[in-house]
Design a protein around this ligand. Structure first.
Ligand code: CA
Ligand code: CA
Length: 394
């Protein structure tokens, strides 16, 4: 139940094989899936959807997350939103994002989500297994076959060997070139509801829009050890890799009005000084500066600061300070010193950096390093080579 689209791809593989035999060519890589979509539940029971651009050797995987369950496969996309209410019931919305059909249903009593396929979502309650489709007004229909919950799924592509599984609370991928080694990508996972492999460039335009509108990239700011003077000048950061925030998948609000990297974008890096202070170095690019509106926000789970990019120095208490410099007309250089902020496994938990770009007569654009604070923890394993330390299962 966990793989769909196999017949399509298998017949494609057969057709491709026929062509190869006839032409005596080597196997091309065109047509191999380059993206994984998965819907999963987290350890705290939330439905979360993930897109992973398959990691290549030496290149970090790009992980994008969306709240709720969104199944994306070559040719169809289905969304499931499930909200438990106080009575212990679950308000469920199943949407076919291709034709706009939407089915709202209240599922009474404890409900477990088992899988998603083109026809809808499969759920289980105390009594039975049910299918809920996207047609408005349709109820839950008894589902004859009991799907296997979670576990691993393997996709037979033209080269074979793709796999996805949940192991010890981690979503892991198997890729053909990795000699049987599973790559962990997401942390804090309870169950795998469904997974699909596809070629992103071959998505129809409407599906591409769904992907770009709903799935947002998770980026981690990883501090390195080093000294830095908080003066708004980024000279000493030269040579340090920064996290670029300048792509549509990093725009949380106002994607339609964003006109590219010159309109608004930033690069973020971090250092941990020997005195323990965490320093962020941020280079912001904008085509029009709006005093009081263009704002850099540093967000941590228990605190946030808003930095007006038209200012020069902002002191917040005795422990946090920001200094803003200028580099030509279109760039601001910001250094932010944060005392008392800890990190583990090379990552500051829940750290998000946002840029609010406001231009005269235009709607605002909000770019961010991650879609929501908890997403940083979920995606942390993908972006730190060793991943968080995990205890053996009890
Ligand atoms: Ca400096
Ligand atoms: Ca702008």
């Amino acid at each position: 139940m966990l793989t769909t689209g196999q017949p399509v791809r298998s017949s494609f593989a057969l057709a491709l094989l026929g062509t190869l035999v006839a032409c005596r060519q080597t196997l091309p890589t065109v047509g191999l899936p380059d993206t994984l979509a998965a819907v999963l539940t987290t350890s705290d029971g939330h439905l979360v959807s993930v897109l992973v651009e398959l990691p290549r050797p030496g290149v970090e995987p790009v992980v994008r997350l969306a709240p709720g369950g969104i199944a994306v496969d070559q040719g169809w996309t289905l969304a499931v939103l499930a909200t438990p209410n106080r009575a212990g019931d679950t308000e469920t919305v199943v949407m076919d994002l291709g034709d706009g059909r939407q089915n709202d249903l209240l599922l009474s009593g404890p409900t477990r989500f088992e899988s998603i396929d083109r026809g809808g979502v499969i759920v289980r309650d105390d009594a039975a297994v049910w299918r809920i489709g996207p047609a408005p007004g349709d109820g839950a229909v008894p589902y004859p076959m009991v799907p296997r919950p979670g576990g691993s799924a393997t996709h037979i592509g033209p080269a074979g060997g793709f796999g996805v599984r949940v192991e010890d609370g981690r979503l892991e991928l198997l890729l053909p070139r990795e000699d049987g080694d599973w790559t962990p990508v997401i942390h804090d996972v309870k169950t795998l509801i469904g997974s699909w492999w596809f070629v992103a460039d071959r998505l129809p335009p409407w599906q591409r829009r769904v992907v770009d509108d709903r799935f947002k990239q998770v980026g981690l700011v990883r501090p390195v050890q080093g000294e830095v003077t908080i003066d708004g000048r980024l000279d000493e950061w030269r040579g340090q890799k920064s996290l670029a925030v300048d792509k549509p998948s990093q725009i949380l609000v106002g994607q339609a009005g964003w006109r590219g990297v010159r309109d608004g974008g930033m690069g973020v890096a971090a250092r941990r000084r020997s005195d323990g202070v965490l320093v962020l170095g941020v280079r912001v690019r904008d085509d029009a500066w709006m005093p009081g509106c263009d704002t850099l926000t540093v967000r941590l789970p228990d605190r946030e600061i808003n930095i007006d990019l038209a200012g020069d120095t902002i002191q917040l208490g005795s422990d946090w300070r920001a200094v803003i410099g200028r580099d030509g007309a279109s760039e601001r250089t910001v250094e932010v010193g944060l005392d008392g902020v800890s990190q583990s496994h090379g990552v500051v938990a829940g750290l998000m950096i946002e840029l609010l770009d406001s231009d005269p007569g235009e709607p605002v654009t909000l770019l961010a390093t991650a879609p929501w604070p908890a997403a940083v923890a979920l995606g942390a394993i993908a972006l730190t080579p060793a991943g968080p330390e995990r205890h053996a299962p009890q």
